[in-house]
Ligand binder design. Structure first.
Ligand code: CAA
Length: 262
């Protein structure tokens, strides 16, 4: 598959690889247009369906992860055209169908839809140059890809209100303190760290990895009691897997587990 707005490659040393996707519209600071979002969705689903891949890393450039939805293509829209064409809906949520972990490796600007896209990933590793913000209010609009919903869950109500209402950006250190990102690393270490995290995940049992992702997401979607109940069922279910036996036996034998994804 050839793409124009993204680059895709496989990375990693082990039997399961990492699918690396790089947003690639450098002149527009990776502004997210329809073609890019279509291509991103296709690449994500292809990696997700590939048994040889355990984890996906999504990144941008040194200057920008993504500076938001593409403003020139949004400008002419009316309510009716936005509604009928499904603006910021039909191809923006494909990422939520992916069952394998998606790590966002963010350097530079992650603004508007770029910040929202990073928040749709499973966790964010930030370069010390990263800047997060939801500046839609400056354009006379509001976030359209979940920013008003995911940002308060990520950083709490007060900071989310501050960012959404004032359009100020958070630097990487503030984003880490607020819980928006899992770790901050020097910019020149960003890809090494993100790919190493992916490699670690690739070494674990695929079904355990996918279930953890599903359950953590459930914790944010429904009542806590429902999530805990479903977690218990899946916990019991994994005692029917080969990898559970292998993992526990390897621990007791003080050797490295060899998972078979079954
Ligand atoms: N869409 C399209 N093009 C964009 C863009 C965007 N979101 N953001 C930046 N660009 C373009 C600029 O127009 C500029 O192009 P030209 O060189 O052709 O003029 C190029 O990228 C470089 O940008 P700047 O010259 O502005 O660079 P800067 O370093 O001075 O500023 C910036 C960088 C702070 C990111 C600034 O570009 C900016 O504020 N961009 C807009 C950010 C924004 O408002 N994002 C939200 C979009 S709406 C949205 O995302 C809705 C949603 O919820 C899904």
């Amino acid at each position: 598959m050839t793409y124009e707005c993204i680059l895709t490659e496989l990375r990693g040393e082990g039997p399961r690889k990492t699918g690396l996707i790089t947003l690639n519209r450098p002149k527009q600071l990776n502004a997210l247009n329809d073609q890019l979002m279509d291509e991103l969705g296709q690449a994500l689903l292809a990696f997700d369906a590939d048994d040889g891949i355990g984890c996906i890393v999504l990144t941008g450039s040194e200057r920008a992860f993504a500076a938001g939805a593409d403003i020139p293509t949004m400008l002419p829209h009316t309510f009716m055209s936005a509604f009928k064409s499904g603006l910021i809906s039909k191809n923006w949520e494909t990422i939520l169908q992916v069952r394998k972990p998606v790590i966002a490796a963010v350097a530079g600007f992650a603004l508007g839809g770029g910040c929202e896209l990073a928040m749709m990933c499973d966790f964010i590793i930030a370069a010390d140059t990263a800047k997060f913000g939801q500046p839609e209010i400056k354009l006379g609009i509001i976030p359209g890809a979940g920013g008003t919903q995911r940002l308060p869950r990520a950083v709490g109500k007060s900071k989310a209100m501050d960012m959404l209402l004032t359009a100020r950006m958070m630097d990487a250190a503030e984003a880490e303190r607020a819980g928006q990102v899992s770790r901050v690393v020097p910019a020149d270490q960003l890809m090494t760290e993100a790919l190493a995290a992916a490699e670690t995940i690739n070494g674990f049992s695929g079904p355990s990895v996918m279930l953890i992702k599903e359950l953590v997401n459930l914790a944010f979607q429904g009542p806590l009691s429902d999530g805990v109940k479903v977690e218990r069922r899946y916990f019991h279910a994994l005692f029917g897997s080969d990898d559970q036996r292998e993992g526990m036996e390897a621990f007791l034998a003080k050797r490295k587990a060899e998972f078979k994804n079954s």
